[in-house]
Design a protein around this ligand. Structure first.
Ligand SMILES: Nc1ncnc2c1ncn2[C@@H]1O[C@H](COP(=O)(O)OP(=O)(O)OP(=O)(O)O)[C@@H](O)[C@H]1O
Length: 219
């Protein structure tokens, strides 16, 4: 579904953050991306989400060469990639429900066509009773689940999550992991960037480890 071949990335004239990185993300796969702080996990997610271009190598996303993807093509391809950022990026002046509905509203869809999907998805992530509150009153775990719901509302083929358990206690981390596993069982590929060894030990999944710019994969 997505493949990287000998990808390298540097910011400006800085050092190469990623070097000769090669891997595949098969359909319906579940994998972790790990490595020390500053190793380049967020950078790798940004390459996957196409908010950065590689300085070297070849990236193929859904059969398309990344180098040939124009600004015009981006929204269409990004619809197939759900992303949960480390800092959630919820809009503070909108309710939980409105935040999750936003990607569809931006696309000009008629609210009647998606209202029940938004409500269902919020119930699925356990926020059925928090739909009409503003983000300021939500806990870290609740905000994380709003961000996950928003990333899933367009039924992407892959979900990317950057440190999804970074701001929550172990029981909530376990709950989030169960959500990711359930999502994966229903057919969505999942890639979770994390430092959390305890989290990774709870699932049999491929681990991609970044160290000194290189990627080592453990199946
Ligand atoms: N926009 C940028 N411009 C220049 N350097 C950057 C930029 N973003 C990240 N870096 C550098 O790239 C390296 C990798 O950063 P990145 O955030 O990808 O690491 P990470 O593995 O996600 O770290 P963490 O686990 O702490 O979130 C770091 O040395 C960082 O300082």
């Amino acid at each position: 579904m997505i493949s990287f071949e000998n990808v390298g990335l540097r910011y400006g004239m800085g050092p190469e953050i990623l070097r000769d990185v090669s891997f595949d993300i098969p359909e319906r796969s579940f994998q972790f991306l790990t490595g020390p702080s500053g190793a380049g996990k967020t950078t790798l997610l940004r390459l996957l989400f196409m908010s950065l271009r590689p300085t070297r190598g070849l990236i193929t996303i859904f059969g398309k060469d990344r180098a040939q993807v124009t600004r015009h093509d981006l929204p269409e391809i990004r619809r197939r990639i759900g992303i949960v950022f480390q800092d959630f990026r919820l809009l503070e002046h909108m309710t939980t429900w409105e935040n999750v509905a936003l990607p569809l509203r931006v696309r000009g869809r008629d609210e009647a066509s998606y209202a029940s999907d938004v409500t269902e998805l919020l119930k699925w992530v356990g926020l059925g009773d928090r739909m009409h509150v503003m983000p300021q009153v939500l806990s870290g775990g609740e905000k994380q689940r709003v961000a996950i719901a928003r990333a899933l509302i367009e039924q992407p083929d892959i979900l990317l999550a950057d440190e999804p358990t970074g701001n929550v206690d172990p029981p909530m981390a376990h709950r989030l992991l169960r959500l990711f596993i359930e999502l994966n069982r229903s057919g969505t590929a999942v890639l979770i960037a994390t430092h959390d060894l305890g989290l990774m030990d709870q699932v049999e999944a491929r681990r991609m480890v970044l160290e000194n710019g290189h990627l080592v994969t453990h199946d």
